[in-house]
Design a protein around this ligand. Structure first.
Ligand SMILES: *[C@@H]1O[C@H](CO)[C@@H](O)[C@H](O)[C@H]1NC(C)=O
Ligand SMILES: *[C@@H]1O[C@H](CO)[C@@H](O)[C@H](O)[C@H]1NC(C)=O
Length: 139
C-alpha cells in the first residue's frame, strides 16, 4: 500500500465519522429501536385511525429528514405514546431531527426541504424507515 492510498483511506474514515456525527446516527438508532420494541405489530395505516395505525410519511430519497420531522411531530401531537418513557424518547427523537434540520446538518437527507413521500405507512413502518435510513449512513 502506498502513502497516498493510506491517506485516502484515513480521510474517508474521518469523513464518514463526521457524517455519522452530524446526523446523530447513534442516538437516533438507539431511540428508534426502543420505540420499535414498544410499538405493537402492524395494522394497515388509516387516515382516521389513532396510533399505531395512523398514517405517517414514508419519504422519497433526499427528503428523509423533512418527513421524519413531520411524522415525529405528528406522533407527539397525537399522544402516540402510552408511557412516560416512550413520550420522552419520542421527544428526544424530535429534538435530534429538529437540530439536524435547523443547523442544516446531515445534508444527504435534506436535499429536499419539504417532505415529499412515496407513500404513507403506519407507525412501525415509519420507525423502520428511520432505522434503515440511519443504519445505511454508518454502513
Ligand atoms: C395528550 O395527553 C395530555 C396529558 O395526558 C392531555 O392533556 C392532552 O389533552 C392530550 N392530547 C391529545 C391530543 O389527546
Ligand atoms: C420538537 O422539537 C422542537 C425543538 O426542540 C420543539 O420546538 C418542538 O416543540 C417539538 N415538537 C413537539 C411536538 O414537541
Amino acid at each position: 500500500m502506498n502513502a497516498s492510498m493510506l491517506s485516502y483511506i484515513l480521510l474517508s474514515c474521518v469523513l464518514l465519522s463526521v457524517q455519522a456525527q452530524k446526523c446523530h446516527v447513534r442516538e437516533i438508532i438507539l431511540y428508534t429501536k426502543y420505540l420499535l420494541s414498544e410499538t405493537p405489530e402492524s395494522c394497515p395505516c388509516s387516515e382516521t385511525a389513532d396510533s399505531p395505525c395512523s398514517c405517517l410519511p414514508i419519504p422519497e430519497r433526499g427528503h428523509e429528514l423533512a418527513c421524519f420531522v413531520e411524522g415525529t411531530e405528528h406522533m407527539l401531537k397525537n399522544n402516540m405514546s402510552s408511557s412516560d418513557r416512550l413520550s420522552k424518547t419520542l421527544a428526544m427523537l424530535n429534538q435530534s431531527f429538529q437540530i439536524q434540520q435547523d443547523r442544516n446538518l446531515c445534508k444527504r437527507l435534506t436535499q429536499g426541504k419539504k417532505c415529499q413521500y412515496k407513500t404513507k405507512g403506519n407507525v412501525r413502518r415509519f420507525l423502520n424507515e428511520i432505522l434503515n435510513t440511519y443504519q445505511e449512513i454508518i454502513k
